[in-house]
Design a protein around this ligand. Structure first.
Ligand code: CTP
Length: 423
């Protein structure tokens, strides 16, 4: 099989020129150069993918430096894996790795590597569909190398590991199996399924570092079919990786996420699903889960705010005749994902109306005055400024002030009172 035509249809003549030149250069030095991994798979499936991973014999970093020097690019080297990224002037990037085999000192650990031939390089990979290579050599440009039946599995729709030790070597592959299986509508082949079950039973996921687990979960949360992926993770007992004591998942809530995001005109948030998984968990469990996934400080704060405040917000929103400023006060304690989850959880229309009012109107209300206006009125800056400006904002939300002059005179009165109380 030859994929040159498919490759040329996907990339610009300039990029094709680079790729062909890389192949010629390698051949001149007696090396081989192949495109490997996801791009070959997606070329065959007709899926969008423009990430170029090259494998070369005779040293990845030296080859990356050579092509970067020729094309005016910059090289970023990754750790001890003979791997580098070439950053090209037009903003295009290409990953280069030396052809290698890997040895995993213990499950979940990063591998130790040694130079090896193409077959061994493909053998160390996760699934047959990802163990295909496309030659850039001038002699056989575009030819697909398929030593382990990847083409047949792509045709028949199977996710199949190459060897029994695959999940032990790298338990993040459990998550990859789910992601690729659902993304392409492929079945996890029987032996692979059994190996997954025993890897989960053997607790291999515990060996994965928070950074790697978090990275896998982020990829899943960014996928279009995130919900079926989460369901499949749950079926395999893999959601427990997020937290060992994770209780029942509220699937109805998670199913409501896309329509909630649409109704509130919020961008697609993978984070909403993660918060949805942890929605009914005690705050402590959610905090542990956030650490297990190596969430950033900002993400952890967002998750805590959401989980600590949604119940109170829901309780408040049930009351009749709420002032707009109260709705604002309650809902501004929640991140956007929290609004979406409340929408999905509440179902009731008065609550939903208030969520819409907050999103579309109240959250956009801004004061026309600032601290400088208070200085201009002769007040000394201090904590009272924030207090007074917040009160004026509440008055504006409740339509008690309309113009800039109204805001200014209310602020003046309040500042005067405060200064009298606390000279
Ligand atoms: N790979 C692997 N085991 C992993 C991660 C990656 O064997 N745990 C190999 C696979 O051959 C994979 C390639 O490295 O195809 C590139 O990995 P990556 O860029 O993470 O994924 P893609 O397969 O390109 O898929 P995606 O569409 O998700 O980027």
């Amino acid at each position: 099989m030859n994929l040159f035509g498919e490759l040329a249809a996907r990339f610009s003549p300039q990029v094709m020129g680079y790729l062909q030149e890389a192949g010629r250069l390698a051949a001149k030095e007696g090396r081989y150069c192949y495109i490997v991994g996801g791009l070959v798979r997606d070329l065959l499936l007709g899926w969008e993918n423009t990430d170029i991973d090259l494998v070369v014999s005779g040293g990845g970093i030296t080859f990356a430096e050579e092509i970067a020097a020729r094309w005016g690019g910059r090289v970023v080297v990754f750790g001890d894996f003979d791997t580098a990224k070439v950053l090209l002037p037009a903003g295009w990037a290409i990953d280069v790795a030396g052809s290698r085999k890997e040895y995993y000192p213990r499950p979940g650990a990063l591998p130790q590597v040694a130079a090896a031939d193409l077959r061994e390089d493909l053998w160390r990979r996760d699934f047959t569909i990802n163990a295909l290579a496309l030659s850039l050599g001038p002699e056989d440009l575009g030819k697909v190398v398929d030593p382990f039946g990847g083409l047949e599995d792509l045709r028949r729709g199977f996710i199949r590991v190459l060897h029994d030790g695959s999940f032990r070597d790298d338990p993040t592959r459990l998550f990859r199996a789910v992601r690729f299986g659902v993304r392409y509508g492929f079945q996890v082949e029987d032996r692979t399924r059994r190996l997954m079950a025993s890897a989960v039973e053997g607790g291999l996921v515990c060996c994965v570092s928070p950074q790697r687990l978090g990275a896998e979960m982020r990829k899943i949360l960014a996928e279009e079919q995130v919900l079926p992926m989460l369901q499949m993770l749950a079926d395999f007992g893999l959601l427990r990786a997020i937290h060992w004591a994770l209780g029942e998942i509220d699937w109805a809530l998670l199913r409501g996420v896309p329509s909630s995001l649409r109704a509130l005109h919020l961008p697609c948030h993978g984070f909403a699903y993660l918060a949805g998984i942890l929605f009914h968990q005690p705050l402590e469990a959610a905090t542990e889960a956030a650490e297990r996934l190596a969430l950033s400080g900002a993400e952890q704060r967002k998750l805590r705010a959401l989980l600590a405040n949604w119940r109170f917000a829901l309780w408040c929103l049930h009351w009749p005749n709420l002032r707009p400023s109260t709705i604002y006060d309650v809902l501004s304690t929640l991140p956007e994902e929290g609004l979406a989850l409340l929408w999905a959880y509440s179902g009731a229309s008065p609550i939903r109306e208030r969520l819409i009012a907050y999103r579309e109107r109240l959250s956009k209300v801004e004061l026309s005055i600032t601290g400088s206006d208070l200085v201009a009125l002769g007040y000394r800056p201090g904590p009272s400024f924030g207090k007074v400006l917040r009160k004026v904002l509440r008055a504006k939300l409740d339509e008690e002030v309309a113009t800039r002059e109204d805001e200014l005179s209310l602020a003046d009165r309040m500042m005067g009172q405060l200064t009298k109380e606390d000279p």
